[in-house]
Design a protein around this ligand. Structure first.
Ligand code: ATP
Ligand code: MG
Length: 578
């Protein structure tokens, strides 16, 4: 069934608004619930309308933020006024020297791994500033090491940003500019600002530590000849590097003639084998920032000592200097946020995939049930601090919970099920609400007779004579407990009274005829101190209602008294958080 024209324009406006509120990406769920809120008459036919709604949302999501804004202004002028007020409330401090319409920021990931929440922090801050000042965001793949970059990673980064709702205005690779970078490198050598060093790596390291120069830096060396040899391919890998002429005695060791180019033999995913001389991060970053028109370059605080070098290189080449802004690296306790820490676990097979729910990668957060809006809110709540304190993971969970709580169905999962036999219980059908306060999430009907299951932990605490409430069903009174090896294996009960007392345990249950085997993976701290934690993935085995077992992967639910979970695959969910 096609959407009527009124519904269609409503969907378009709602999607545009939702997209602008969430970094350019409207969420189908949110759009549908807004639509049904205004047009309850469409509820019965909603299934058949989904393809049309999906297509409209996709077309909105394909637009740039600027186009979304323009379109919304045209079709619903009032909506944007409200949006503007929200925009001014960004928790980020103003950017020094920023002029409206002229700000250019960039996010420069190296495509040598999957994006993680630290990248999300950097990308979101870069994007927020670009939007705050009506400027531009560049996504620049900093791909200057052919041995590390892989196409898979370029794609994973682009996908991760798309999921986050970060929409770059320009996408480019540092390797696109390799000829220009070579040119500037040669210029720097020819003007005496850099030189070709043929010392061994060990010697370079040793002299750098001692603060001494090597012979390659002295007058009289045939620098032009060496430079030519380097680009002609006459040196092997590690036989020659181009070094910045800094100050070998500088207390800032970053200034002690750092490498600007090195020879790396490798098959680069974008340029193949034809390039052998590759710039280092220290050379590529300032050049690219300057040449791309970046006005405000942001990076994490660990690069602080390299700022002097960044500006010295641009000075010596007479190039424009962007402003440099630093923020703290995002880390969580027990969850190292760095490719350097994650990669060895993947390479050794300790962890099978980059979306393992214990990892801080964006694909893992997605798989676990974190939503991009929560990540954005969390990142912005941290602001631009320089402090090296780790924010509590619970803070991120709290943002996520607030967003998913209203839209998650409440269903029952019983861990380590224990059978309960209720003497005298009649077979009946009960209707269970899927959400305590939102009837639009519907209800489900369950047939229950005199046998059901409760969670093992709940059963262990019972004593004969205890009265408890089976949530939304009735009270039962424990008449007997069967034990095996000291653990309660079955509960015999009789019907209890009608009153629901405060003090009474209230437990979830599943009818015996309705239970389906099910497991929930519970991610725990990946690291204990500096060591990998072998107990980092707990598996809770048990059962769910058949209704829950039929949900498709991707569905998010709250298992009552257990936690929010995202269905991962058949009969398996992952705990998002409690
Ligand atoms: P890693 O240790 O994961 O390899 P990296 O800094 O080498 O980190 P890049 O891909 O070079 O990774 O990073 C791209 C951008 O993301 C940089 O500007 C960097 O400052 C930022 N970034 C990386 N990790 C974090 C983090 N944990 N917190 C905040 N920003 C980060
Ligand atoms: Mg890096």
């Amino acid at each position: 069934m096609p959407l009527d024209s009124e519904a269609e324009s409503l969907v378009r406006v709602v999607a545009l608004k939702n997209a602008l509120d969430h970094g350019g990406k409207a969420q189908l769920d949110a759009v549908m619930s807004k639509l049904l809120g205004s047009r309850p008459d469409l509820r019965s036919s909603i299934k058949s309308l989904i393809p049309d709604i999906k297509a409209l949302v996709a077309s909105v999501n394909a637009m740039s933020a600027a186009d979304q804004k323009k379109t919304l202004e045209e079709i619903a002028p009032g909506e944007l006024v409200a949006k503007k007020q929200v925009e001014q409330k960004s928790p980020l401090p103003p950017l020094e020297g920023a002029e409206h319409g002229k700000v250019v920021t960039r996010f420069p990931p190296e495509p040598n791994g999957y994006p993680h929440i630290g990248h999300a922090k950097a990308a979101i801050i870069d994007e927020e500033y670009a939007r705050m000042y009506g400027g531009k965001l560049i996504l620049r793949f900093d791909d200057t090491n052919p041995l590390k970059e892989k196409l898979e990673y370029y794609e994973a980064i682009a996908e991760g940003l798309e999921w986050l709702g970060v929409k770059p205005d320009i996408v480019k690779n540092t390797s696109d500019d390799i000829a220009i970078l070579h040119d500037y490198g040669k210029r720097l050598v020819n003007s005496g600002g850099a030189y070709v060093c043929t010392c061994s790596q060990d010697r370079v390291r040793d002299l750098r530590a001692k603060g001494l120069a090597c012979e390659c830096r002295a007058d009289g060396v045939d620098v032009a000849g060496r430079l030519e040899k380097m680009f002609a391919g006459s040196y092997e890998q590690n036989e020659a590097i181009i070094r910045f002429k800094g100050d070998m005695a500088d207390p800032n060791t970053a200034m002690r003639d750092p490498a600007l180019f090195r020879i790396i033999e490798g098959d680069h995913p974008k340029v193949g084998k034809k390039v052998r001389v590759w710039p280092t991060y220290d050379f590529a970053a300032p050049l690219e920032d300057s040449l791309d028109g970046v006005t405000h370059a942001m990076r994490t605080k660990e690069y602080e000592l390299r700022n002097a070098l960044y500006f010295a290189i641009l000075d010596r080449l007479g190039l424009r200097k962007p402003a440099m802004i630093e923020f703290s690296r995002l880390e969580f306790e027990g969850m190292p946020v760095s490719k350097r820490k994650i990669r060895p676990l993947i390479d050794s097979g300790t962890i099978k995939s980059w979306d393992d729910p214990r990892l801080p990668t964006l694909s893992a957060f997605k798989r676990r049930g974190f939503v991009p809006e929560a990540i954005r809110k969390f990142v912005l709540s941290l602001g631009l601090t320089l402090a090296e304190t780790k924010p509590p993971f619970e803070a991120l969970e709290a943002f996520n919970r607030k967003i998913i709580d209203p839209r998650c169905m409440r269903l029952y999962f019983v861990r380590d099920p224990v059978e309960v036999r209720v003497e005298g219980a009649k077979e009946m059908q009960v209707t269970l609400k899927n959400h305590p306060t939102d009837p639009s999430l519907g209800s489900r009907k369950v047939r229950v007779a005199d046998r059901l299951f409760m969670a093992g932990d709940d059963a262990q605490n019972l004593k004969e004579g205890d009265e408890l409430r089976l949530i939304e069903l009735y009270n039962i009174k424990v008449a007997g407990l069967e034990r095996q090896d000291g653990r309660v294996r079955a509960v015999r009960a009789v019907m209890g009274g009608d009153e629901i007392r405060q003090s009474m345990p209230k437990v979830q249950w599943i009818a015996k005829n309705d239970i389906v085997e099910f497991q929930v993976m519970i991610p725990k701290a990946l690291y204990a101190g500096e060591e990998y934690n072998p107990d980092s993935l707990e598996v809770a085995k048990g059962g769910v209602e058949s209704f829950a077992a039929a949900l498709a992967p991707g569905a998010q639910v709250q298992f009552v008294r257990f936690g929010f979970c995202r269905i991962d695959r058949s009969n398996t969910a992952i705990l998002t958080h409690r």
